[in-house]
Design a protein around this ligand. Structure first.
Ligand code: ADP
Ligand code: MG
Length: 500
């Protein structure tokens, strides 16, 4: 079959201040295909995309557009139909939605007046096509980050693209919005548009892409059909090591039982007759299907939900925890599953998010702001939080860094028993790796003990000393050692074995 190549790079290399960030990259994009580009943070994805859209000039290599060697600049790229939606949003807050959509692309009427009416009409049509409920007359500063992202996409689509590049377009979007976006991408594909989709969410890439290109440390390490690789294989290519190296060596628990839970029930019936014990210095995993009661159990343990029966013994003494505050005072803290609603206060600064649970520690008559800033610096260093400074708003951090902020906040309480619910959900592979090491370091440094709830089999197997499997609110089994494998976990979680 004769495939029309839209754009091709040959031997493209890039440097910033003498540091090479792309090494002789050859990629080829053909008409009407969807390409997924994946790689860890810093792999060079955005840089490569800026080069193919003319925003950066490579230090070496050539670019061919429709088979013709071309030196690109942003204007020329745009004329050729190469449109980049950059990772950093570029809307002008003080302009209205329709003005942003047509910025630099204004429609002129006869006598060269801007045709405002036509632009508003056209914006309406485009916004609707994407199923959005945003007025073209709305000012951009009033939009949510997700809406801004979607308007960026609308803006790009309005420019008759032939090669449309989306750099991490879904990071601010909800599941529903991602679905809408994917429908739009598929429609564009049918119209013969080539789409490059960058995301660190491998599931999304697998779902939407025809072809996958993996970058690692500035090198192309894989290209091929998306259907030819599992998510796990893609992740392995991205990090260039086996996933077993993803996880730190397992700790050796001290044996001493720090927490014992017996015949524990929640008042709402979601948790039934649960018993387990937790040994100092271990990671006790909790696995189960959605709705198996894992989160409900943790919420009941820390007093978010009411318990109706059962005995909880902490360091040998029976306790009755009826609120997260009491749990905290007893040295047990909970990292919730949904960081956005329960873990962070997005509109507060990073340092405030860290000290939030411990204000008494930072106040003596007056809030000691210096102490708070000092705490920020300590945790930034300790957990490698990437933040411009204490005053950056938490909502503008990456998922992985937001999670590190929540972990800092919990560690700052002085607690030594940590309950982490899906701690690596929505963070990139690199940040996952770091979070596993943070957990391990807390165990080594403070004799901390962890309960980790996870739906990811490789993760729960990779980090846990033992795993409690839940099904329908009850403990279906507890596995360790040789028994800690995928087959057993799936069997216990579903009640169905492979053999039937
Ligand atoms: N403008 C720049 N100046 C200096 N270094 C940069 C610049 N842009 C990117 N880099 C560096 O280039 C490498 C690749 O970055 P990037 O292309 O943004 O990666 P990705 O998009 O895959 O996360 C990183 O090490 C990054 O720090
Ligand atoms: Mg990037």
């Amino acid at each position: 079959m004769n495939e029309e190549v839209i754009l091709e790079t040959r031997g493209v290399s890039m440097e910033f201040s003498g540091v090479r960030v792309l090494h002789s990259v050859d990629v080829k994009f053909t008409r009407g295909k969807i390409y997924g580009i994946v790689g860890e943070n810093g792999a060079g994805k955005s840089t490569l995309m800026k080069i193919v859209s003319g925003f950066l000039q490579p230090v070496e290599g050539e670019i061919f557009v429709y088979g013709k060697k071309t030196t690109l600049n942003p204007l020329k790229a745009k004329e050729l139909g190469i449109i980049l939606i950059p990772q950093e949003l570029n809307l002008v807050d003080t302009l209205r939605v329709y003005e942003n959509i047509f910025l630099g692309n204004e429609m002129k009427s006869r006598f060269l007046f801007l045709d405002k009416k036509k632009m508003i009409e056209e914006s309406k049509r485009l916004v609707k096509r994407f199923g959005l409920n945003i007025s073209p007359l709305q000012f951009v500063y009033r939009l949510s980050p997700a809406q801004k992202q979607l308007i960026e996409i609308v803006k790009a689509v309005s420019k008759s693209a032939r090669l449309l590049i989306m750099d991490e377009p879904t990071s601010a979007l909800s599941e529903r919005e991602v679905k809408n976006l994917f429908n739009l991408i598929r429609r564009m594909k049918e119209e013969g548009i080539t789409v490059i989709f960058i995301s660190h969410r491998l599931k999304e890439v697998k779902e939407i892409a025809d072809e996958i290109i993996v970058l690692r440390d500035g090198r192309k390490v894989y290209e091929g059909r998306a259907s030819g690789l599992t998510e796990k294989e893609i992740a392995q290519l991205m990090i260039g090591r086996h996933l077993s190296e993803m996880y730190p060596e397992k700790s050796i628990p001290k044996g001493e039982i720090v927490l014992k839970v017996e015949n524990f029930f929640s008042a709402d019936g979601s948790v039934k007759n649960v018993s387990f014990d937790l040994r100092k210095g271990e990671i006790l995993g909790f696995y189960g299907l959605v709705g198996s009661g894992r989160t409900e159990l943790m919420e009941t343990l820390v007093g978010i939900r009411r318990k109706s029966a059962g005995r909880v013994t902490l360091h040998g003494a029976e306790v009755n925890i009826t609120s997260p505050d009491e749990a905290k005072k007893l040295g047990i803290v909970y990292l919730p599953e949904d960081r956005k609603t329960a873990g962070i206060v997005p509109i507060l600064e990073v340092y405030k998010n860290i000290t939030l649970m411990n204000l008494e520690k930072y106040s003596r008559f007056l809030l000691k702001k210096d102490l708070e800033i000092e705490a920020f610096r300590r945790y930034k260093e300790k957990f490698s939080i990437v933040s411009r400074g204490p005053y950056q708003l938490v909502k503008t951090l990456s998922g992985g860094n937001q999670q590190k902020v929540v972990i800092s906040k919990l560690v700052d309480t002085g607690a030594r028993i940590f309950i982490f619910d899906e701690p690596t959900r929505g963070v990139d592979v690199n940040a996952k790796h770091q979070i596993y090491h943070i957990i391990r370091n807390l165990i080594d440094e403070f004799d901390a003990t962890f309960i980790v709830v996870s739906s990811e089999l490789p993760e729960i197997i990779g980090i846990s000393n033992r795993v409690v499997v839940m099904r329908n609110g009850e403990v279906a089994g507890i596995v360790e050692g040789e028994g800690l494998n995928e087959k057993n976990l799936i069997y216990l979680a579903t009640g169905v074995s492979e053999e039937g």
